[in-house]
Design a protein around this ligand. Structure first.
Ligand code: THU
Length: 133
């Protein structure tokens, strides 16, 4: 899993977070071994910025999507930074309940859980009678 952490850590170096000064990186691994990463990107109109996990998901979708097996998140100033509520919902759109979420410090992975651990009782497609297209 070091390659996934390294991808998240490298992405964190690209952060655009001049307002919070809180760099974050995320990386996603697919079942066929691809890795997509992202950093947080902030905007002077603060609510318009977005999280590292969301950037990584954009790269994952544009790279062809697939099955997500692992997600790593690293924040320079906070060990074991967990995805925000909105990112949990976005990750759950593409990552099944058994996908692993790796929380990191600046040296590597320090705790691993699953999506269903961190996002139980999420709002799911069956409520609308729909599955993902
Ligand atoms: N942030 C992330 O990118 N991911 C997280 O999991 C938590 C928060 C970002 C959003 C914002 O740019 C900064 O951290 C401070 O909230």
């Amino acid at each position: 899993m070091k390659d996934l952490f390294d991808a998240a850590f490298a992405a964190m170096q690209k952060t655009h977070s001049p307002y919070s000064q809180f760099p974050v990186g995320a990386a996603i691994r697919t079942s066929d071994g691809r890795i997509y990463s992202g950093c947080n990107i902030e905007v002077i109109s603060y609510p318009e910025g977005w999280c590292a996990e969301t950037t990584a998901l954009g790269h994952f979708v544009m790279g062809g999507g697939g099955t997500i097996t692992d997600i790593a998140v690293v924040a320079e100033k906070k060990a074991k930074c967990t995805p925000c509520g909105g990112c949990r919902q976005r990750l759950a759109e593409f990552a099944g309940p058994d996908a692993r979420l790796h929380l990191c410090d600046n040296n590597g992975i320090v705790e691993t859980m699953t999506m269903k651990d961190i996002f139980p009782y999420g709002f799911e497609a069956d409520v609308l009678g729909k599955g993902a297209a």
